[in-house]
Design a protein around this ligand. Structure first.
Ligand SMILES: Nc1ncnc2c1ncn2[C@@H]1O[C@H](COP(=O)(O)OP(=O)(O)O)[C@@H](O)[C@H]1O
Ligand SMILES: N[C@@H](CC(=O)OP(=O)(O)O)C(=O)O
Length: 439
């Protein structure tokens, strides 16, 4: 029988210092099946520390504006040389750092700069574990539009992995058809881990972080929230997208087809079983109540009102055409007979809000258009939750009792979530109220 294969991704918090990296080593060495390791860049060692990835973005920004770069570069050098020295390794990481610095000063792109956090950490970790190093630029590919190219990657990566008994593949980046480096969006090492798990046909994708799995709410908002033991890919995606940052929302796609389970585990508490993320939960469903609550701040809600909107053919299309004209995607679109609300992230819409409203007036001829910014959206997620009588009644009663003004309600058509929009200032209060009422 073939030996089991596990792909282990370690997040920045798990690799922030030599002390954390030694915990990683112990975990990897405790199980023969942990053949492929996907590291992030060193993250925060303490609350107000700066992630190496953020230092690299700053370095690139300073270099491209011809500003002072030495101090930022020195901080980056110190992070890696401290780790190397404390681990007692002899790899000459300074040589690699100098090359990175030179490349950034001579015009390398921003993604290249950001990706070096994982690249350099991968070199150190491969040296420490005695694993081979595979540069992600040689095995993970993006297409000319910058999207992940699954076809090309899966035609090369599985063969490349077979050449190595044990290897480190740095997270977060790959290469474009022109050979330039491209990164996933922030937190994207989780996606690399999933891609490597798929290519290795792994039995399990372990995602090691600084919490013992997915909690029913963000532990920075709700004190000591209950852990989610098992969650489906779909629920996970909803929670992750809506702000539960433990796992990148796109990290389920690569493993989805092969139905490889993901186990979120805690580097600081490796015995804890963490959270299992699986395709579907057999024999469980309608009576399960909620799975979790997640949310994000800083959205704008545009409410368009027009009497008789429900009978006007093509009204929705006209509204969406306006968004398209400004290159805007939207998060939610709750409707009633005479109103449509569009929810868009503040950062996307800020620069064009006035022109967009003028366009909506011109194209849709509405009775009124109202804009509310500084809104937070909160999703309460659970398979079967919607069919369970009383969940939404309890949720809205709890918000009313806490004097939270609900500005928008949307029930996702996937029937696994209820979404409410509240003012940014009420966000934490609302999450706590929903948690206390439903958990
Ligand atoms: N529902 C949740 N359950 C657990 N952690 C959460 C949740 N929502 C937000 N978080 C936050 O996600 C963090 C882990 O994600 P991240 O910082 O990206 O880790 P890593 O550096 O390991 O990739 C936790 O420390 C926690 O503060
Ligand atoms: N280092 C990258 C990618 C990543 O996934 O990091 P982390 O595992 O620390 O979330 C970032 O900060 O976005």
């Amino acid at each position: 029988m073939n030996m089991a294969v596990k792909v282990t991704k370690f997040g920045g918090s798990s690799l922030a210092s030599a002390e954390q990296i030694l915990k990683m080593k112990k975990i990897v060495e405790a199980d023969e099946a942990r053949k492929f390791v996907v590291p992030s860049a060193p993250g925060k060692r303490f609350k107000d520390d700066v992630k190496v990835t953020d230092l690299l973005y700053s370095l690139h920004d300073a270099a491209s504006h011809f500003e002072e770069t030495e101090e930022i570069y020195r901080q980056i050098v110190r992070r890696y040389t401290d780790i190397r020295d404390e681990l007692g390794l002899s790899i000459k990481i300074e040589d690699y750092l100098e090359k990175v610095y030179e490349d950034i000063k001579t015009g390398a792109n921003e993604d290249y700069a950001a990706s070096r956090g994982e690249y350099l950490n991968g070199l150190l970790i491969a040296d420490l574990l005695g694993y081979d190093f595979i540069d992600a630029a040689d095995v993970i590919f993006f297409d000319e539009n910058g999207g992940y190219d699954a076809k090309k990657t899966l035609s090369i990566l599985p063969g490349a992995l077979k050449l190595h008994e044990r290897a480190v593949v740095p997270g977060f980046y790959g290469s474009l058809p022109n050979g330039k480096i491209r990164t996933f969006s922030r937190g994207g090492s989780d996606i690399t881990g999933s891609i490597v798990a798929r290519a290795a046909n792994a039995d399990l994708y372990e995602n090691w972080t600084d919490v013992s799995g997915f909690m029913m709410a963000d532990p920075r908002i709700v004190e000591d929230p209950k852990k989610i033991d098992v969650v489906t890919y779909r629920e996970l995606r909803e929670l992750a997208y809506m702000g539960a940052t433990v796992l990148h929302e796109d990290s389920i796609f690569p493993v989805l087809e092969a139905a490889i389970p993901i186990n979120v585990k805690n580097t600081n508490d490796p015995e804890n079983s963490g959270t299992m993320i699986i395709p579907a939960v057999e024999g469980r469903g309608e009576a399960d109540g909620i799975t979790g609550i997640a949310g994000k701040k800083n959205f704008t809600v545009i409410t368009i009102e027009k009497d008789g909107m429900n009978t006007e053919i093509g009204f929705g299309r006209k509204v969406l055409t306006c968004l398209e004209k400004f290159g805007l995607s939207f998060e939610h679109m709750p409707t009633s007979i005479d109103t449509i609300s569009i929810v868009v992230a503040d950062v996307r819409i800020r620069h064009c809000i006035e022109e967009l409203i003028d366009e909506i007036h011109a194209v849709c001829q509405p009775d009124s258009v109202e804009v509310s910014s500084n809104m937070a959206i909160i999703a309460t997620v659970g398979r079967g939750m919607i069919r369970q009588v009383g969940v939404s009644a309890k949720l809205f009663a709890a918000l009313a009792d806490s004097h939270v003004n609900v500005r928008m309600i949307d029930q996702g058509s996937s029937e696994i979530n209820i979404i409410v929009g509240v003012e940014n200032d009420d966000f934490e209060k609302a999450v706590k109220a929903i948690y206390n009422a439903l958990v």
